[in-house]
Ligand binder design. Structure first.
Ligand code: PLP
Length: 501
């Protein structure tokens, strides 16, 4: 590792000199390659204390340019210790946020070209490649034809799944208001009746989207999905809530179901839920942020059965499909509804191609105006790994997770708490003698002890009131041996916890 002494290498860079660009960019690639080479030597979860960086960096920006060496020394000595290493093979927290060589190359190209493709005219290739690549991915997922660009639908890359559900709610809300206005109802009388449905296992982004979309918090139905259905939303609970709300004069307009919930990767029965949603005329959104990637494998595709009833569907290629952050794919069946809700027509954005309605302007399918050329990295992924490579990647993680599940099941001090459907294992140390809180504290202590050791990093959830440890296998460098080691580390800490009692 480089010394942490600063050498004041001075002189700085010109804004964009080709020779300097070539030399410094090569150095940066070397730096990143060394980072990946050394990644297992760092504690997986950062060990720094809040505010650590303020002590290490100057209070003001330098008046005179510094040299790249000094900056890289700071990165090595001051920034890397403050990183939690998401690409470490020993990272098992949350869901993965993948990086890969192909993803990085795409990201590098996108950053290097640095075009802003908010309208077609601003870089026709940026828009057209996105349309093509999302059709490719949609076909890999066997999405119905209506989600592809050949008809009224199509795909768009959002930053995150949170943005995907937000724009879907905004489109649905705008549509239902327009329909109500046509029936002669007043907008204001309708607004307070708009009602949204999801399960208590859905991601918090649904609630946030409702807040931003101005849905009355009292009209967000967070329906219970418990262990009796493996945390999937029972259709009859949805159906009853709908009937009650309609009887109470409310206007149900949006359902968000999840394929692969954040806590336990539960899969809502989207065929049954979608059928009910359609009977009542709701917009049906399917959030498969994590598990969508697995559905490119034929043996997991059945989890999307019913997606043909959805109005919008999203999955994060940046979670588990080797695509560097961020890249959330959203497909809609009727893109006009998105455009009607989100388009703006400022004079300074006017151009012939848009006015002649010959092109897609993705600014009208998202919240911000500006947008990066994100399809490049997805294109790279699909071309450089191929569908077969991506399927093998997913299957390997699922095999590793299965192996961990077997190890846990074979140890009667531990128990599995939810079915392992993809590559997430939910488990706990059974309550210790004298535990008065059903193992809540002992599992939290176990988790903290393991994470503080820096050897692995994993997170938790609560399922039916039970503190649940989660190991999500999905980092690109993770192999069977890493999970074997993780299990040894967890067992060792569990033993020392038991000895202390
Ligand atoms: N939906 C699900 C099921 C998730 O698991 C997550 C994050 O883990 C999200 C949505 C939010 O993802 P994003 O960070 O892309 O907004």
């Amino acid at each position: 590792m480089a010394s942490c002494e600063r050498e004041a290498t001075g002189s700085g860079l010109k804004p964009l000199d080709v020779d300097e660009f070539r030399a410094t960019a090569h150095r940066m690639v070397d730096f990143i390659a060394d980072y990946y080479r050394d990644i297992e030597t760092f504690p997986v979860r950062s060990q720094v204390k809040p505010g650590y960086l303020k002590q290490l960096l100057p209070e003001t920006a330098p008046e005179d340019p510094e040299g790249l060496d000094d900056v890289l020394t700071d990165v090595q000595c001051n920034i890397i210790p403050g990183l939690t290493h998401w690409q470490s093979p020993n990272f098992f927290a949350y869901f993965p946020s993948n990086s890969s060589t192909a993803g990085f190359l795409g990201e590098m190209l996108s950053g290097g070209l640095n075009v802003n493709g908010f309208s077609w005219i601003n870089s026709p290739a940026a828009t057209e490649l996105e349309v093509i690549v999302l059709d490719w991915l949609g076909k890999l997922l066997k999405l119905p034809e209506e989600f592809l660009s050949s008809g009224e639908g199509g795909g768009v890359i959002q930053g995150t799944a949170s943005e995907a559900v937000l724009v879907s709610i905004l489109a649905a809300k705008n549509h239902v208001l327009e329909m109500s206005l046509k029936k002669g109802l007043s907008k204001w009388s309708i607004l307070s009746t708009l009602t949204v449905y999801t399960s208590d296992q859905a991601h918090s982004s649904v609630e946030k989207a409702c807040t931003i979309a101005g849905i009355d918090p009292q009209n967000l139905r967070v329906l219970p999905a418990n262990g009796s259905t493996n945390y999937a939303l029972p259709p009859e609970i949805f159906s009853k809530a709908l009937a009650d709300d309609v009887a109470a004069g409310l206007l149900p307009f949006f359902l968000c179901a999840t394929v692969g919930t954040t806590s336990s990767t539960a899969v809502d029965p989207i065929l049954a839920l979608g059928t009910i949603a359609k009977e009542y005329g709701l917009w049906f959104h399917v959030d498969a942020a994590y598990a969508g990637s697995a559905c490119i494998c034929p043996e997991y595709r059945h989890h999307l059965d019913g997606v043909e009833l959805a109005d919008s569907f999203s999955m994060n290629a940046h979670k588990w499909l080797l695509t560097n952050f961020e890249c959330a794919a959203l497909w809609v069946k009727n893109s006009n509804l998105l455009v009607t809700a989100l388009s703006t027509q400022a004079e300074y954005l006017r151009n012939k191609a848009s006015e002649m309605r010959m092109v897609v302007d993705f600014k009208d399918w998202q919240i911000p105006l500006g947008r990066r050329f994100r399809s490049l990295k997805l294109w790279m992924i699909l071309r450089l790994y191929g569908a077969s490579g991506l399927r093998a990647y997913i299957r390997n993680h699922i095999e590793i997770a299965k192996h961990l599940e077997d190890l846990i099941r074979a140890d009667d001090r531990f128990e599995i708490l939810a079915p392992r459907t993809f590559a997430l294992v939910c488990f706990r140390l059974k309550p210790l003698v004298g535990d008065l809180d059903n193992g809540y504290r002992s599992n939290a202590e176990l988790q903290e002890a393991v994470n503080s050791s820096g050897s692995i990093f994993f997170t938790h959830t609560v399922l039916s009131g039970v503190y649940t440890l989660r190991i999500a296998v999905g980092a690109p460098l993770t192999e069977m041996r890493h999970v074997d080691k993780a299990w040894e580390v967890i067992k060792e800490h569990a033993e020392s916890l038991q000895l202390k009692r």
